[in-house]
Design a protein around this ligand. Structure first.
Ligand SMILES: [Zn+2]
Length: 393
């Protein structure tokens, strides 16, 4: 580029390169974002007007959510459910103290791995796929900005999964979040800022779920009916809040520890060992009558690479690998009736998607052209500059 730049002023040249670079990738649509293959480019931040104009109505990114002053919808909802949330279950401290009752009165997963609520009004958590020899496949902590290679891989395998999205990530990477629905995956909530939920007040816990769900609805156009607690930290107080919001609690029984590497007790080798021992027990028929759910993450390049690496072996030892909602025959995964999941039978017969209409966000994007207005102007400038440079050359 040096001789090229020497012919015109350096500043003008750099401007030209900048403009051309902007033109190189389309950061305004789900399809444009999904087509980017350079991870650094994928992770360049971008503005998305539907989120930018609404952020004042959401908690700060990665800040513990609280009901915002003047948010009457959130306040009304909280007021309508708060009387049903037990005040006898205390806010917890982590790690679980040694004097916590061994009888586990609160069904506190972090202390005892309890998944069957002690409160009779709350359904048990989902921690396994009910279908034999079936893996309920899913990934926490997304959307990750550099996930295109991973999502491309899933597409190439005609494989759908469940994605547990963090609200703050959806706000930062909305087009990536949209890709999950467009690709036919199932979306569940994973809170606004990823706190240990039993350690925060009931009102904060409500707000963590409420704003995560609202952001998913704003960006993707669907309202999830499932959630996964960060770190699995849930008790009957938190279950009651999720349940009042129509969110089914999805846990796991097997953990790759792919997001827990600390360089000390948990290394990359530990994760490989965990995958291998899970594959071993699956190959021994452990899941021949009831399937499994394995904890894995979309969190970073390592976690996604491991998922790709072990996928062929998982395919060998499980008869079926399906989104968790499919394994539950949950054909209505969202409040919005126009988005369906196939039944388990449909999925394993090859009908891996069952969307009644195209994703709503594709229409929304056409109706909100503010972002799109910007790119044609940049393209025009790039064209003019390119013509000028060509004349000088
Ligand atoms: Zn998580």
């Amino acid at each position: 580029m040096q001789p090229f730049c020497a012919r015109i002023s350096y500043a003008l040249c750099m401007l030209g390169l900048l403009v051309l670079n902007v033109q190189a990738s389309d950061r305004t649509t789900e399809q444009g974002e999904a087509a980017i293959s350079n991870p650094y480019e994928e992770c360049t931040s971008y503005g998305y007007e539907p989120v930018a104009t609404q952020m004042k109505n959401y908690p700060g990114l990665w800040q513990l959510a609280a009901i915002l002053p003047g948010d009457s919808a959130a306040t009304d909802k909280w007021n309508s459910i708060s009387s049903t949330i037990s005040t006898n279950i205390p806010v917890k401290m982590l790690p679980p103290p040694s004097n916590y009752s061994s009888e586990d009165p609160d069904c506190w997963w972090t202390a005892t791995q309890c998944t069957t609520a002690k409160l009779s009004s709350i359904p048990p958590d989902i921690s396994a796929s009910p279908e034999p020899s079936t893996l309920g496949y899913g990934f926490d902590d997304g959307p990750n900005c550099s996930h295109n290679a991973f999502y491309d891989f899933l597409q190439s395998q005609n494989q759908k999964a469940t994605f547990y999205f963090i609200g703050s990530n959806v706000a930062s990477f909305p087009l990536e979040a949209q890709r999950a629905l467009t690709d036919g995956h199932e979306i569940c909530a994973h809170t606004w800022s990823h706190p240990a939920m039993t350690t925060i007040s009931s009102e904060n816990a409500f707000a963590e779920l409420w704003y995560c769900v609202q952001m998913i609805k704003l960006v993707i156009g669907v309202t999830p009916t499932c959630w996964r607690p960060p770190f699995g930290d849930v008790d009957d107080r938190i279950r009651a809040i999720a349940n009042a919001l129509g969110l089914q609690t999805i846990m796991w029984k097997y953990d790759t520890a792919d997001a827990s590497i600390n360089g000390n007790t948990i290394t990359e080798q530990t994760v490989e060992d965990n995958y291998n021992s899970f594959i071993d027990i699956a190959s021994q028929g452990t899941f021949s009558s009831v399937g499994a759910i394995l904890l894995t993450h979309e969190r970073d390049n390592f976690t996604m690479s491991e998922a790709v690496k072990f996928y062929p072996q998982l395919k060998k030892v499980f008869q079926h690998i399906v989104p968790v909602g499919v394994s539950l025959n949950k054909t209505q995964p969202y409040i919005e009736a126009e988005y369906g999941l196939p039944s388990f039978e449909q999925y394993i017969s090859g009908a891996v998607t069952n969307r009644l209409r195209p994703p709503k966000h594709l229409h929304q994007l056409i109706q909100t052209p503010a972002n799109n207005r910007w790119l044609p102007r940049m393209r025009l400038k790039a064209l003019l500059l390119w013509t000028l440079v060509a004349q000088l050359h």
